[in-house]
Write a protein that binds this ligand. Structure first.
Ligand SMILES: NC(=O)c1ccc[n+]([C@@H]2O[C@H](COP(=O)([O-])OP(=O)(O)OC[C@H]3O[C@@H](n4cnc5c(N)ncnc54)[C@H](O)[C@@H]3O)[C@@H](O)[C@H]2O)c1
Length: 451
């Protein structure tokens, strides 16, 4: 399922045509490959005021083998190669007047950013400001980063992480994710970390080594990609899907050396059967990915109860029931467990003909937010990902015009791949992501819908 337009726009003839006609020029994104360096070039790190994170971030980058450049001066003079990442520590901001220092650092540095570059801003949360002026300055960064993401081209992204006082120890995993190729389709996002107890350092190449991961809806599409990425990162995957998808499920499980479990997640005994399987075969579970989902589209006025109920049952109620049963079952959900729930952009923006689907997917966002404190007590986390337009067999069957419009109305001017959703889920599942809890991370290339 290649992107014919992106391939054309990147050919020598296509480059000329798209330039002359002012057409979008979607870039080939930098995606993660095992063994790849964190960044393909140096990073420039600056701060607005007396930031408290600059030294931590610089040390983290050096540990990852990245050359850290000193900030470019306003006239553009620099110490060498074009940066692959521009990182601003904005924790020193006190008033809106201080924002000019963010501008003074970012403008010349971003001018030199190479293709598939990364802009990352770290700041204190507006909700913890000492004064309205300080809250305004911190919140201003939200608009700033979203606009930078819209201005960047050539596959570059910009994101913002709010880091409250005391949560400094939690930043390594999200900073690494946003700089790496794993976040290729995560753009224009604002997220928060919290203080958390971090488990011992993990193996960079196999951060999920020794973990048991359940992935529902794993027979095809995004679920099959999640299973593959989890296995690549070292997990033993229990791939779950309905019996009608049994053959494809077995293929997926065989390819990744995992286990297939045929289970309709909406069946009354599904939570119990899953728990028994995990207890008997694996002695417990570390990661649960609630990916299975269905659509039954109709305008609300034409929607019968069957369509409404089936979508709610698969997309929301099964996630609630299985998670609750896992929390209640003694010793099955292990310490430092990670639950990741698949939501959707429709759950944020709404979508014509999808009242049932959008309601179920918005419900998932509320569910993870509400459960996060309970998970934190167990040193576990629960988060959601909200994919935007992802190129799958389903989208390949859309009419040409609908598909082209749907896939281009985002800052990266292309649809995401199942692997982009999978990489984000695998990152949230890492032991080091302990400080990311109750969040919904959009994997949508900064879609214009519900932004
Ligand atoms: N494709 C996209 O663009 C997109 C965008 C946003 C969100 N999502 C979400 O991502 C997830 C995966 O989507 P996809 O495009 O890969 O879908 P898909 O239809 O290709 O795969 C879904 C899988 O879930 C399984 N499933 C359905 N009902 C089940 C049940 N009761 N028990 C067990 N398994 C069941 C199906 O058999 C199928 O293998 C879904 O939650 C979907 O809502 C997809």
């Amino acid at each position: 399922m290649s992107d014919w337009y992106r391939d054309f726009a990147n050919s020598s003839f296509g480059t000329t045509v798209t330039k002359q006609l002012g057409l979008p020029r979607p870039a080939v994104l930098r995606r993660y490959e095992p063994g790849q360096p964190l960044l393909p070039g140096p990073a420039v790190v600056g701060s607005a005021g007396d930031g408290r994170l600059r030294d931590t971030v610089s040390a983290l980058l050096r540990d990852a083998g990245v050359h850290v450049q000193s900030p470019a001066t306003a006239d553009g003079a620099t110490d060498g190669e074009k940066p692959a990442a521009v990182i601003l520590d904005a924790t020193g901001l006190r008033t809106p007047g201080d924002l000019v220092s963010a501008h003074d650092f970012l403008a010349p540095a971003i001018k030199r950013l190479r293709a598939s570059g990364r802009v990352l801003i770290l700041a204190d949360p507006p909700g913890e400001a000492d004064s309205p002026a300080q809250a305004a300055a911190r919140q201003a960064l939200d608009g700033l980063v979203r606009s930078i993401a819209k201005e960047l081209r050539a596959g570059s992204t910009a994101n913002l992480i709010y880091v409250p006082a005391g949560a400094e120890g939690s930043i390594a995993s999200p900073v690494t994710f946003f700089l790496s190729g794993r976040s290729a389709y995560v753009d224009g996002q604002v997220m928060s970390v919290s203080a958390a107890e971090l488990p011992a350092a993990e193996d960079d190449e196999q951060p999920l080594a020794g973990k048991v991961a359940v992935v529902t809806g794993a027979a095809r599409g995004i679920g099959a990609a999640i299973a593959a990425v989890m296995a690549r990162d070292g997990a033993h995957v229990v791939a779950v899907d309905i019996s009608a998808a049994g053959d494809r499920l077995a293929e997926v499980a065989n390819e990744i050396g995992g286990t297939a479990l045929q289970l309709d997640i909406t069946a009354d005994d599904a939570p119990q059967r899953l728990i028994e399987h995990l207890r008997e075969r694996h002695g417990g579970v570390d990661i649960v990915v609630h990916n299975a989902g269905i659509t039954r589209d109709k305008l609300l006025v034409n929607m019968d109860a069957a369509r409404w109920n089936s979508v709610m049952a698969v997309n929301l109620q099964a996630q609630l029931d299985i998670t609750q049963a896992l929390l209640d079952a003694d010793g099955v959900l292990r310490d430092h467990a990670r639950v990741v729930c698949v939501s959707s952009q429709s759950g944020i923006a709404g979508n014509r003909g999808q009242t049932n689907y959008a309601a179920s997917k918005a419900g998932v966002i509320g569910m993870v937010r509400a459960w996060a404190p309970r998970f934190a007590e167990r040193r576990a986390t629960i988060n959601a990902v909200a994919p935007g337009f992802i190129v799958t067999e389903m989208t390949a069957r859309m009419p040409f015009g609908t598909r082209e419009v749907g896939s281009r109305i985002n800052s990266l001017q292309q649809g995401g791949l199942p692997v982009d959703v999978a990489e984000t889920i695998a990152w949230l599942s890492q032991p080091g992501s302990a400080g990311v809890n109750g969040q919904t991370v959009r994997v949508c290339g900064q879609s214009m819908l519900g932004a």
